[in-house]
Design a protein around this ligand. Sequence first.
Ligand code: HEM
Length: 302
Amino acid sequence: MARRLSIPGLVNLLEVSDAREIRRLDAEPRLDRHLAPTGGLINRWRLARLRQAFEFDGEPLPALLARETEGRASRHAELGRRLDERAEASAWGRDPAFKTLVEAVAGQAEAESLGPAAQGLLGRLFRDDYRADAASYAAARLLDAYPRVNALRALGQRVTGRLRRARRLLAERAGNEPLALHATAIAVHNLVASLAAMRELAASSLAPGLTREAVLGRCLRPPETLLRRVRMPLSTPCAPRRLEPDDLVVLRLADAARGSGDRELAFMGESWARCPAQGFFLALLTAVWEQAMAVRHGGRGA
Ligand code: HEM
């Protein structure tokens, strides 16, 4: 169901949470991702928050780059190939954090251990020496929440330097590498939320009989929202009135994926902006689940 919010000079926004509408809008070349400050006051404010959190050295992190950004598509295709190879080799098996993830899902380690372990495992996909701890995970949480906290709190985080320190710590740990930063500051939250859902499911009496598909269907946690910006006037059945340049379009992905049970959508698998980590991520979740079930039910552990 689409929701249009339009107050001239203040806000011009369309929100969609239906899987078909999300696909239709995403396929529309007149929409793009762009964080430059334009549009009504609230549009600008929203974009400013994203820039403050997710721009490093003047560049947005990879999953916020505009469609035409030079090298975006080829870099991400190359990453996809590399991650698929890692999945093929079950490369996570060599990382000590994998055991922690298995134990946490099996209920044999605290749920709190999921965050730093997940961040470390993702970070080491990019840097062998990536080090995650409570401080780096707290920094990732602060950054992730920053675009949504109220104005006063956001101001507080800027003036006290908390935001700056969190960004610096994450960038240092990631060696200033944008893809490593994306994985350890943004994607890590989807991994942790998915594993937390698995932990809950693993403890239920349903767990032993579930297929891999059923487990992933219940536990996969996609990003809540994706942002698009209108480049040229656009009439679409998804919006009651024509969309104008600089209107923002919020794709409510998590609601749509939950409502439709559409797993491909969780990674925007048919989009120009498809997630290159889809295969890797699903294989990793499957491996954690299988080993956690083995641990809980007396089979072979991690
Ligand atoms: C290893 C972890 C991950 C890495 C390195 C990664 C990397 C990326 C990159 C580089 C993009 C940008 C693609 C482009 O615009 O060309 C992207 C997009 C995306 N990723 Fe991931 N990702 C990870 C995990 C996840 C997970 C766990 C999910 C969902 C459960 C997810 C969902 C998405 C979605 C929906 C997009 C599209 C964003 C948009 O359309 O604006 N990603 N990812």
